[in-house]
Design a protein around this ligand. Sequence first.
Ligand code: AKG
Length: 379
Amino acid sequence: MTYAAEIIHAGTAIALRAQGGQTARFHAIWLRDNAPEPETIDPANGQRLVTLGDIPKETIIGQAEISGDQLVVTFQPEDKTVSFPISWLNRHRYDLVQGQRRDFLPEGAKTWDQGFAGDLVVSDYTALCNDRAALGDWLAAVRRFGIAKVTGCPVRSGALMELVDLFGFVRETNYGKWFEVRTEVNPSNLAFTGLGLQGHTDNPYRDPVPTLQVLYCLENTVEGGDSVVIDGFRVAERLKEESPEFFHVLTRYPARFKYAGSTKVCLQARRPMIEGTPDGTLQAIRFNNRSCAPLVDIPFEEMGLYYEAYRRFSELVDDPAMAVSFKLEPGECFIVDNTRVLHARNSYSSTGSRWFQGCYADKDGLLSTLTVIEAEQAA
Ligand code: AKG
């Protein structure tokens, strides 16, 4: 592809034109701030060595030319010449036409409902330990669908820590590095009973909320106790399709969540049930009937509407058409994106035993590992 560069807007921007293709404009200040040269960006770690205060406010582009596959720019008043690989500029272009802007769903996410049961990615634990490509596929499923299962895991207390080690780091909480999910006398959480649990995201009373949860089965001979998962992003999509008003009221006001179920613990958060980025992409769902505290941040005039929207969201969570269910066997587990996928549990009998362990981790570590694996595979 042949390119031409034209200084525009009195040097405060440049237009990079691809012959027979699109034009992308870049601001002088943006280019200077991102200059890929060793006085600006440390070549060893990619971190920026300057602050905005080091860059003159009146920065303009004095000269620009295409040289091979580089755009060579001289910034004034610094009289600093910097080469930008055109491939890099293309990857980082922000001068997008309408329609290329952000979508409602995060990049790469695909929503699902009941019909997803057959497509749920199930990987073998030994393969995940020994084969980077298999691990990459499994992590990519979590990124795309917010859930993936594993079979063939060690049936040993604490072994879920080794699963998390494959991609990231456990988030330790007041429940410990991991927690036992089985029927307890005087449970500190209703999860530790045989009661059914409505679809929920875990621990919305934390800020930041744990962004991943693993539920790992060690014993399961009870009647019932099936695991159920629901794509909260699909619920949000449906809500928005049915009633933009309901959708917006749940995004517009923070809900309150609280947990003070054991001594010396009082966790509280004030966050919306549906959270989006400022440019309108879904970011997080927080939904948990057990730990929703009195809602006090919604104006009187809007509270009625808010409760109607909250009720409809809850009905959609309970709609069997949205749910995928399975019964975990010992040595099986699943991981969910806890900012997206709700999990539920059917009630179970008091005969037989059901012993799960659960833990939290975070998506940043998982996505980092996935990006590294993808780069290894592309190399
Ligand atoms: C939780 O620990 O967050 C649960 O929802 C328990 C799920 C289960 O027992 O299957």
